[in-house]
Design a protein. Structure first.
Length: 137
């Protein structure tokens, strides 16, 4: 997961640069999704090809995750060139901390429930403060 976290700002910087270069953040995002689809499809076909047959019976609301990743990629591709990758990722991290705490607290989407205790809330606040301080440094 650390490597995935390292990849997020790199993704943001590369895609923002592509969007600037070609003059269209939306086209840069579409290209990113085509490349990502090819990579994910190759891994899926090698590791679990039979899973494709279950897609038709999957609850339809689960497919909204694709909309959320599109929103993230489009947002970061548009915002990073003007706001800076660090500032854009700061807000992404803050949003992730807040939404992850809510998902865990209420056990949303089938996640394991983990009550938001005062200790956990303080830890999240400390993480948010740390992200904020790194942006001010």
């Amino acid at each position: 997961m650390l490597a995935a976290g390292i990849g997020i700002p790199v993704l943001a910087a590369l895609n923002a640069a592509l969007g600037r270069f070609i003059g269209s953040p939306a086209v840069a995002a579409a290209v990113l999704f085509v490349v990502a689809f090819i990579c994910a499809a190759a891994v899926a076909l090698v590791t679990h090809p039979q899973a494709v047959t279950k897609l038709a019976s999957a609850p339809k609301h689960l497919f909204l995750a694709g909309t959320l990743v599109a929103f993230y990629v489009l947002s970061i591709t548009w915002i990073a060139p003007t706001m800076g990758v660090g500032n854009a990722v700061f807000f992404v991290l803050l949003g992730q901390l807040i939404s992850a705490a809510a998902i865990d607290h209420f056990g949303l989407f089938g996640a394991q429930q983990a009550t938001l205790s005062s200790t956990r809330a303080a830890g999240i606040a400390l993480m948010a403060l740390g992200v904020f301080v790194t942006q001010k440094a």
